[in-house]
Design a binder for this molecule. Structure first.
Ligand SMILES: C[S@@+](CC[C@H](N)C(=O)[O-])C[C@H]1O[C@@H](n2cnc3c(N)ncnc32)[C@H](O)[C@@H]1O
Length: 213
């Protein structure tokens, strides 16, 4: 077998494994979050897609969520990440999405979720409008463009003057992480590369936190 064929076959096997693992997780949790939804008709939304459970779990572990945390998935889609986060013991899990359709599905998934330890709220509004003053741990899976990322980070920073607190972010597929870098109140504390053989993450992930005052 040629090298390319071997590579292709390995890739197919990997995809199949991922698919089966995701199906098993969905069955176990009682939720339905798979599929890709095209929302390109909206000028600033990309599309709904999600990450494998096997990639989400270690990210959430790495955020070291505690009972004091309010975890927010900015652009929560069908709610896979909020459902995984709600299996941690935190103060609250919040999903924000501009798509009503996605919010209805996310809320239904959160209501059905088995092994839930924390309350979940799904809010249908844009990330630019949302009030982040309770948030402490944030997740983004490349939800929007550079301009919106800039607005959202400014909104979050503004809440710090009213309510000083330590924040951390996991930014998956960080296409606009230069915007995080522009924000001097933030520091990058880790980066997970897809090529890291010790982790089966499917997109790169960068981790940011607020600098201590
Ligand atoms: C790539 S999906 C990620 C879904 C989810 N975070 C996950 O990882 O399973 C991006 C989501 O962001 C939402 N979105 C895009 N632009 C948004 C905005 N300006 N405000 C709120 N949500 C937005 C889309 O509707 C979509 O559901």
């Amino acid at each position: 077998m040629k090298r390319n064929e071997r590579k292709e076959r390995a890739y197919t096997v990997q995809r199949l494994r991922r698919k089966i693992s995701n199906m098993l997780w969905e069955f176990r949790l009682g939720v339905t979050t798979r599929g890709i939804v095209d929302m390109l008709s909206s000028p600033d939304a990309y599309y709904y897609s999600t990450m494998p459970y096997s990639a989400i779990m270690p990210i959430l572990e790495y955020l070291e969520l505690t009972r004091d945390d309010v975890f927010i998935d900015i652009g929560c889609g069908k709610g896979r990440v909020i459902c995984c986060a709600a299996r941690h013991d935190v103060r609250e899990v919040v999903g924000v999405d501009k798509s009503k359709e996605m919010c209805v599905i996310a809320a239904a998934n959160a209501a059905r979720l088995r092994h839930r330890l924390s309350p979940v709220t799904v809010v249908n509004c844009t990330a630019q409008e949302f009030d982040y003053s309770e948030g402490t741990a944030f997740f983004l899976f490349n939800p929007f463009d550079e301009a919106i990322t800039r607005v959202v980070l400014a909104q979050i920073e503004r809440t710090l003057s009213v309510k000083p607190r330590a924040l951390r972010f996991a930014y998956a597929n960080p296409s606009h992480e230069s915007v995080f870098g522009e924000n001097r109140w933030l520091e990058k504390y880790d980066f997970w590369d897809v090529h890291d053989r010790n982790r089966s993450i499917y997109v790169p992930v960068s981790f940011w936190r607020s600098k201590p005052k």
